[in-house]
Design a protein around this ligand. Structure first.
Ligand SMILES: Cc1cc2nc3c(=O)[nH]c(=O)nc-3n(C[C@H](O)[C@H](O)[C@H](O)COP(=O)(O)OP(=O)(O)OC[C@H]3O[C@@H](n4cnc5c(N)ncnc54)[C@H](O)[C@@H]3O)c2cc1C
Length: 413
């Protein structure tokens, strides 16, 4: 069914009893032209683009739990392209452009909200860092403005400019903002399913069948599948899968947490991030403050994280925004993020013919879901990277051509 104002009105009159399921729950077949491991945003987007752009529809997305239940459904929904390096500018800015038209393309409300994003500077070093980044963005054709503390106050009237963490200025990206995270998973799933892709939930990939250095199948908790093309989009679990296929990935798994408050009347119509104090926030359409911080320092697979991180981010938020001191927090959760040494992703061929990866997105891969998925689809279909993903090969850890985004991604987002 195509969603429209007409179908919404019709179903409202009929009591909302006739909405069809958004995707099927098909039986898994014994062979596919391609298999994608991981039903997060990247895996589902890859399946959609394989069908839409390359005409490959005999494809299964295998998800060990429920779709969007990994980092895709746990993130703080921030999108932006205010990175330092030209490779990142190309990748993340293209994603911002793609978000602009994706709702129409998928016929799904993703609640795209390019409401403006401020990266606050609290000391001289921060000012130098945002200055350097703004100039790099400008050179790469990405919108960037350096604004004064008074202009920050125009955006966030209740911010404390002269407290323990003085606000000396900010890097503003007006096209930055938020997008509803689950809707991205659901929108891609629905569109992929309608093009014939099989989405198989509760299906854990446990191993690979490899012959003469080439993949010929995968082992799953629901039985084996014959296939000679496999895309791994399993975030931090990509490392475990890689080891099962006989190679290693330069990725560490660390917890990253977020929390939301009780709903409030609208108070904040932008996103504000602070690298130095390690906290950032925005207000959701339901009115909750969505608050995120930095990663836990230790490697862990726990999708929860330590309480000290929560305490750090809340104390930083209260220093900057004392107005929220009486606010109660409603929920807290964590995800396991896949961090690479240069804080840039891996969209790459691997030492096994026919296995490709789209992972290593760390604290910031939600915003890149459309480009990551499209590039993985291109690689699965053609055995070659596309123009955006070529620099993101695993080979950069051998050639030294790293894409260092340590400062642009210092606080989670
Ligand atoms: C708290 C938090 C806040 C964040 N905030 C932001 C933000 O504001 N903006 C931003 O851009 N990014 C943010 N991120 C990062 C972002 O969420 C991720 O980079 C992105 O969602 C990764 O998407 P994905 O599809 O690669 O992975 P995931 O959504 O994690 O999907 C991977 C899937 O693979 C499945 N899987 C794993 N192993 C197997 C297996 N063996 N067999 C089958 N399936 C398997 C998992 O169950 C999972 O569903 C945040 C992350 C967290 C945790």
């Amino acid at each position: 069914m195509r969603y429209s104002a007409f179908t919404l009105a019709r179903e409202a009159i009929l009591g909302h009893k006739n909405w069809p399921k958004m995707w099927r729950s098909p039986e898994m077949k014994s062979s596919y032209d391609a298999v994608i491991i991981g039903g997060g945003g990247h895996g589902l987007a890859a399946a959609y683009y394989l069908a839409k752009l390359h005409g490959i529809t005999n494809v299964a997305v295998l998800e060990k739990s429920w779709i969007g239940g990994g980092n895709t459904g746990r993130n703080t929904t921030v999108i932006r392209s205010n990175y330092l390096q030209k490779e990142s500018a190309a990748l993340y800015d293209e994603a911002i452009d793609m978000w602009g038209t994706l709702e129409n393309e998928l016929n799904f409300n993703l609640m795209v909200s390019p409401r403006g994003l401020l990266h606050l500077a609290h000391n001289t070093h921060d000012m130098q860092e945002i200055g350097r980044r703004a100039h790099a963005m400008y050179m790469h054709g990405v919108d960037a403005e350096l604004i004064t503390p008074e202009q920050v106050k125009d955006w966030i009237p209740f911010i404390r400019l002269n407290g323990r963490f003085p606000v000396m200025g900010a890097l503003l990206q007006r096209r930055g903002g938020t997008i509803r995270h689950d809707a991205v998973a659901w929108g891609y799933a629905r569109a992929a399913d309608s093009l014939g892709i099989d989405i198989i939930q509760n299906c854990d990939v446990t191993g690979f069948q490899i012959e003469s250095g080439k993949v010929v199948g995968v082992e799953t908790s629901k039985g084996p599948i014959r296939t000679n093309r496999v895309g791994i989009a399993a975030a931090a679990h990509s490392t475990e899968l890689a080891e099962k296929a006989g190679f290693r990935l330069p990725i560490e798994a660390v917890p990253l947490q977020a929390l939301v408050s009780d709903p409030l009347k609208p108070v904040m119509d932008c996103v504000a991030l602070s690298n130095t104090v390690h906290a950032y926030l925005s207000q959701s359409d339901k009115g909750e403050l969505v608050i995120g911080g930095g990663t836990d320092p230790q490697i862990s697979w726990g999708q929860r994280g330590g309480f000290f991180e929560v305490e750090n981010m809340i104390s930083a938020v209260l220093e900057l925004y004392p107005i929220f001191s009486k606010l109660r927090m409603m929920r807290q959760w964590g995800g396991t993020v896949d961090v690479t040494p240069d804080r840039s992703p891996l969209i790459s061929k691997t030492p096994v013919d026919g296995i490709y990866v789209d992972c290593g997105w760390g604290t910031g891969g939600f915003k890149a879901t459309p480009v990551g998925g499209r590039s993985l689809a291109h690689m699965i279909a053609t055995d070659r990277p596309d123009h955006l993903s070529a620099p993101y090969s695993i080979d950069r850890y051998f050639t030294g051509a790293l894409i260092d985004e340590g400062s642009a991604s210092a606080v989670a987002h």
